[in-house]
Design a protein around this ligand. Structure first.
Ligand SMILES: [Ca+2]
Ligand SMILES: [Ca+2]
Length: 73
C-alpha cells in the first residue's frame, strides 16, 4: 500500500499489484503495471491525474469515487 498523504505528490507504484492512496493535494499517480487499485474514499482528494489507468480484465480498479475532487486521465 502506498499512501502519499497531503501535498502535491508524484507517486509511482511497483511492478506488482498496488493499492495507491493519493491523499489530499493534486497528485500525479502512476500504477506502473499490473492490476492497481486507486483509492478515493475520502474528502478533499484534490485533482489527481492517473497517467496509466488501464481498463478491462486484469486492468486497474478505481476505489470509491472521489468526494469533492475529480480525476483527470
Ligand atoms: Ca497527496
Ligand atoms: Ca503496480
Amino acid at each position: 500500500m502506498i499512501h502519499a498523504l497531503g501535498g502535491d505528490d508524484i507517486v509511482i507504484g511497483t511492478t506488482g499489484d498496488d493499492h495507491i492512496y493519493g491523499g489530499a493535494g493534486n497528485d500525479t499517480l502512476t500504477g506502473n503495471g499490473e492490476a492497481d487499485t486507486f483509492h478515493y474514499g475520502f474528502t478533499n482528494a484534490g485533482n489527481d491525474e492517473i497517467t496509466d489507468f488501464a481498463t478491462g480484465a486484469g486492468g486497474d480498479v478505481m476505489g470509491p469515487a472521489p468526494v469533492g475532487g475529480r480525476i483527470v486521465r
